[in-house]
Write a protein that binds this ligand. Structure first.
Ligand SMILES: Nc1nc2c(c(=O)[nH]1)N[C@H]1C(S)=C(S)[C@@H](COP(=O)(O)OP(=O)(O)OC[C@H]3O[C@@H](n4cnc5c(N)ncnc54)[C@H](O)[C@@H]3O)O[C@H]1N2
Ligand code: MOO
Length: 396
């Protein structure tokens, strides 16, 4: 049997990071930055008021109290969006939040600390230089790196770029991942089950997992156990990666294996449970991963093998996050195969098996509770309560 790490290394070697494209910010959500991005303008771009109130010279309101207000003529007013003004000596300037601080002013007195008058204002509290002034560049200066290469463009990062004057960004777009389920026994969700039939849950599982991993699913119409039909379905597919499920084992009707074994896909047994039978290679030049049909095996194979391929396509680091958790309850593990047990978090940092009946690879309904996988080494045959386990996730 092939070691898991060797198989994953072969899988990731099949793909390379997609060529960068430059996208306007609004189209860049979820893509990965292909280069560092620097601020083009300072943030804030100019000194501005943090409060609705009056811009003053702090030195001119020294000692102001409610009992002994300092009275200053109001020389003008500025709302957000106004051009910068100049504060004449011995006066105040009515100002709104976000408006430029007038030249000469060095403090803002909030309106609550005044009588709010429009002609001559009574200042009821002293202020100090710099109070309630948001300084130009205190957040970022031109040339500061706001986004680093390899970072995902999240809402906050896109907002930061917008603020510092970056309108478009070179990014690696979401890869297109084609998904194909196989099997004569499959019918769509909602269809009445005939004898021997089951609902196709792998196609929707993979479609969602691909999305959660930051890629775009391309759902191909399911095929039965006929190799010619499968070849026809895959021929000419426009995708960066193809993922199939089912038909890779040693059964008499293992359609994927029958169709692809002598067409550039290598089938092997990987020392993992579940997910032992696997295929990897290229179909018409496109990287392809052929996963087994059991639904839990699909989830595990995706998390362990396909998710790192998608990460590489996206230009993300494929290294493991190194997350661990403590087992709240124990479970048995198979001999000689590294186990990936679907687990749920019972509390922060503590996990228990998500599937009631152990690690059976058909327990799809129990997967609704799974939040991660616990990775248990091949040499371990029992996870004891309180043991530390490595955690594998499947999202991007
Ligand atoms: N004699 C042996 N039999 C099996 C072995 C073995 O080593 N020797 N390995 C077992 C293991 S482990 C796995 S995993 C499966 C893999 O089988 P296949 O990849 O060929 O998958 P199928 O036979 O097509 O399906 C397996 C199972 O999953 C169900 N299935 C398939 N597609 C879907 C779908 N889209 N949605 C829901 N469920 C699906 C299918 O009905 C089967 O029950 O082989 C073992 N056998
Ligand atoms: O390897 Mo199979 O995926 O155990 O059920």
């Amino acid at each position: 049997m092939r070691e898991v790490d060797a198989h994953v290394a072969e899988a990731t070697a099949l793909v390379s990071t997609l060529a960068p494209v430059t996208l306007p910010l609004r189209e860049a959500f979820g893509t990965v930055a292909a280069s560092d991005q620097e601020a083009q303008v300072p943030s804030p771009p100019f000194d501005n008021s943090a409060m609705d109130g009056y811009a003053v010279r702090a030195a001119e309101v020294v000692g102001a109290t409610a009992a002994h207000p300092v009275r200053l003529p109001v020389a003008g007013e500025s709302a957000a969006g106004a051009a910068p003004a100049t504060l004449p000596p011995a006066s105040a300037w009515r100002i709104m939040t976000g408006a430029p601080v007038p030249v000469g002013a060095d403090a803002i007195v909030p309106v609550e600390h005044t009588d709010g008058a429009l002609d001559t204002v009574s200042v009821l509290a002293a202020s100090e230089s710099g109070r309630h002034v948001r300084r130009a560049g205190e957040d970022a200066l031109p040339g500061d790196v706001v986004l680093s290469r390899g970072e995902v463009l999240t809402a906050t990062r896109i907002a930061a770029l917008a603020a510092v004057g970056v309108a478009q960004v070179p990014t690696v777009s979401a890869p297109r991942v084609a998904v194909l389920a196989t099997g004569d026994e499959l019918v769509d969700a909602g269809a009445r089950l005939g004898p021997g039939q089951i609902h196709d849950s792998n196609a929707v599982l993979l479609e969602g997992l691909v999305r959660e991993a930051g890629a775009v699913p391309v759902l191909l119409e399911r095929v039965g156990d006929r190799p010619e039909q499968l070849l026809e379905r895959l021929s000419g597919v426009d995708a960066d990666l193809i993922v199939t499920t089912g038909g890779v084992s040693v059964g008499a009707y293992d359609v994927v294996k029958a169709a692809l074994a002598d067409r550039g896909v290598e089938f092997s047994a990987v020392a993992m449970q579940p997910g032992k039978p696997q295929g990897l290679g290229r179909f018409e030049g496109t990287p392809i991963a052929c996963l087994p049909g059991n639904p839990v095996s699909v989830l595990v194979s995706f998390a362990v093998i396909v998710a790192p391929m998608i990460r590489r396509l996206r230009g993300l680091d494929t290294a493991d996050a190194g997350e661990t958790a403590v087992a709240a309850s124990g479970w048995r593990t198979p001999q000689g195969r590294r186990q990936f047990m679907p687990v749920r978090f019972v509390s922060r940092g503590t996990v228990a098996p998500a599937t009631a009946g152990g690690s059976g690879s058909h327990l799809i309904a129990s997967l609704a509770r799974a939040q991660a996988l616990a990775d248990v080494a091949a040499g371990v045959d029992q996870v004891e309560p309180g043991a530390t386990v490595r955690i594998v996730r499947w999202d991007g």
